[in-house]
Design a protein around this ligand. Sequence first.
Ligand SMILES: [Zn+2]
Length: 190
Amino acid sequence: MTGLNADKENNENNENKETKIPETENTDIKNTNNKNNNEIKKITSFTVDHTKLVPGIYVSRRDGDVTTYDLRVKKPNGGDYLSDVELHTFEHMFATYIRNSDVGENVIYFGPMGCKTGFYLLTRGLENIAVLKYTVETLEKIISHDGEVFGASAAECGNYKLLDLDAAKSVAAEYLSSLRRAVSDFKYPS
Ligand SMILES: [Zn+2]
């Protein structure tokens, strides 16, 4: 976890602990790297057929009471990807607005996908339909946002110059129109 969402937890975890980095010479870590590929498990998100995926909202996985939603903005491998400034500013805006909503306490994490085609939203204790409703409301708030980008300072962010409100607004508008185009059953296409 990174940035906006995990700071509090990290601080709490680090408070009373001194962390010692283990020696790496001639130890188990080296041996682990020698594992052949048969022993490497495919992670769940790699089992989704990305060639069939279109923009929308999907349940990516459930871990206990935590649900991970795939907020897919761009068609995978479609040649059109979110830019760094779009990913970054949308992350700031969406995370702040949804954490300030009525379901803020149910939000575990929000952050961008490394492949630059969407975002992951982790929640607890919410029905799919509620997650969709609050996602739509959050998009509307971003689109009508008037003022500074949230967290746009060197003290609050690791790359605060890489922020642009219009970039977040265009992502929000594009994703909102995708969500309105079709009724979601939250299931990945099979
Ligand atoms: Zn940032």
